[in-house]
Design a protein around this ligand. Structure first.
Ligand code: PMP
Length: 351
C-alpha cells in the first residue's frame, strides 16, 4: 500500500440501481415513471435556441425556481433547485449537518444518507423501524445534530402521518429536519404547508418520479428564506452552474402542466392499488405503500429466487441483500399492461 493511501478520504460508495439495456424489458427496478414527461417538455426542448449553449446558464436557475414557487404558492426565496434531489440532499447535508452530535435517520431507509454522512464526516445514528416498518417518532425526540427521513419511506413505501412529521419538527427546534418527499405525489400528505410555521424544516422533492424526468435530473428544496440562502451560499461555493439550460426549460414546462401531472399520478395510484390486490391473492404480504412502488415478501418463495426468475423474463425489480429486508422485492409500479405481464408471470411461476 502506498503511504498516501493511508491519508486520503475513502468511502464505501452508494450502489445505484441497475440500469439494464434490453429493448424488450419491463423495468420495475428504479422507481421511474412509465409515462412520458408532459407534452410541453418536448415542445420546450424543440424550441430551444442552440446558440444559447455557448453561454453559461443562469446560476440561480431563476425561471425554474419561479415556476416551482408559483406552483406551490411560495416565494422564489423559499425554493432551491439542484441536479436531482440527490444533489439537493447532498448540498443540504453539507450545509446543515455539521455538529458534533449525531444526525438521525431510520435504519431501513434511502441508502444514500449514510454514504453522504460518511463522505462529509457527519456522525449519525439509525433508530430501527418497528416490526411493521413504521418510523417510531419518539426515537427522534433525543439530542441530535439534525434529522432526515423520506416520507413515504424508501424502500418500504410506508407513509408517516403529517401530525407525526410535525411532532418531530416541533420537538427539534434547534436542528434542521429534512423531509425527503421523493414519493409524496402518489397519494401522501406533503409537509410543504408547514414551512411557514417552522423555520427548521426543509422539504425536498424531485422531478424524477411524479414528473417522469429522472433522465433530466431536477430536484428542489423548499423552506424558510434563511435556509434557502444558506443552501445557495454553499452551492455557489461548490459549483454554481449545475442546472443546465435544457433542464431549466424542460423543468418549467413540466411544472406548468398541472393537468398532465394529476392524470399520470392518478393512473399510477390506480395501477398500484390493482397490483396490490393481485399480489395479495398470490400470497405476497406488504405494508400499505403510498409510493410508486410496492415492497413485498412472499409467504413461501424466497425473494432472491423470484428476482432471478423475473430477470430471466427481462422483468427487472429491485432486490436488496441487506439485513431484515433480504426476503423482499421492491416493485416499481409500471403501466397497467406491464403490471399485467408481471402478474401473469408470477401466477404461472408460483402455481
Ligand atoms: N430520495 C429518495 C428516497 C429516493 O428513493 C431517491 C431516488 N433514488 C432520491 C431521493 C433521489 O432521486 P433523484 O436524485 O432522481 O431526484
Amino acid at each position: 500500500m502506498s503511504r498516501w493511501e493511508e491519508n486520503i478520504r475513502k468511502v464505501i460508495p452508494y450502489t445505484p440501481g441497475e440500469q439494464p439495456n434490453q429493448p424488450d424489458m419491463i423495468k420495475l427496478n428504479t422507481n421511474e415513471n412509465p409515462y412520458p414527461p408532459a407534452p410541453g417538455v418536448e415542445k420546450a426542448l424543440r424550441e430551444m435556441d442552440t446558440d444559447t449553449m455557448r453561454l453559461y446558464p443562469d446560476p440561480t436557475a431563476g425561471e425554474l425556481v419561479h415556476a416551482i414557487a408559483k406552483n406551490y404558492g411560495l416565494k422564489d426565496e423559499q425554493v432551491f433547485v439542484g441536479v436531482g434531489s440527490d444533489d439537493v440532499l447532498a448540498m443540504s447535508f453539507l450545509t446543515f449537518f455539521n455538529s458534533q452530535k449525531p444526525v438521525l435517520f431510520p435504519d431501513i431507509t434511502y441508502s444514500f444518507y449514510d454514504v453522504w454522512a460518511d463522505l462529509f464526516r457527519i456522525p449519525y445514528e439509525r433508530p430501527a423501524l418497528d416490526e411493521n416498518f413504521h418510523i417510531r417518532t419518539e426515537d427522534y425526540f433525543r439530542e441530535n445534530g439534525g434529522i432526515v427521513f423520506p416520507n413515504p419511506n424508501a424502500p418500504t413505501g410506508v407513509e408517516m402521518p403529517l401530525e407525526e412529521v410535525e411532532d418531530i419538527i416541533r420537538h427539534n427546534p434547534d436542528v434542521i429536519v429534512i423531509v425527503d418527499e421523493a414519493y409524496v405525489d402518489f397519494g401522501s400528505q406533503s409537509a410543504l404547508p408547514l414551512i411557514e410555521k417552522y423555520d427548521n424544516l426543509l422539504v425536498v422533492q424531485t422531478f424524477s418520479k411524479s414528473r417522469s424526468m429522472a433522465g433530466m435530473r431536477i430536484g428542489f428544496a423548499c423552506g424558510n428564506e434563511k435556509l434557502i440562502r444558506f443552501l445557495n451560499d454553499v452551492k455557489y461555493s461548490f459549483n454554481s452552474y449545475t442546472m443546465d439550460r435544457t433542464a431549466i426549460a424542460a423543468g418549467v414546462a413540466a411544472v406548468e402542466d398541472k393537468a398532465y401531472f394529476d392524470e399520470t399520478c392518478n393512473k399510477i395510484i390506480e395501477t398500484r392499488e390493482w397490483t396490490k390486490k393481485e399480489l395479495k391473492a398470490l400470497g405476497f404480504s406488504f405494508q400499505d405503500s403510498m409510493s410508486n412502488f410496492i415492497f413485498a415478501t412472499h409467504k413461501t418463495c424466497p425473494a432472491k429466487e423470484l428476482f432471478e426468475a423475473l430477470r430471466g423474463q427481462h422483468i427487472y425489480v429491485r432486490y436488496f441483500q441487506k439485513d431484515r429486508i433480504d426476503n423482499f422485492l421492491r416493485i416499481t409500479v409500471g403501466t397497467k399492461e406491464e403490471m399485467q405481464k408481471f402478474i401473469d408471470f408470477l401466477k404461472d411461476y408460483l402455481k
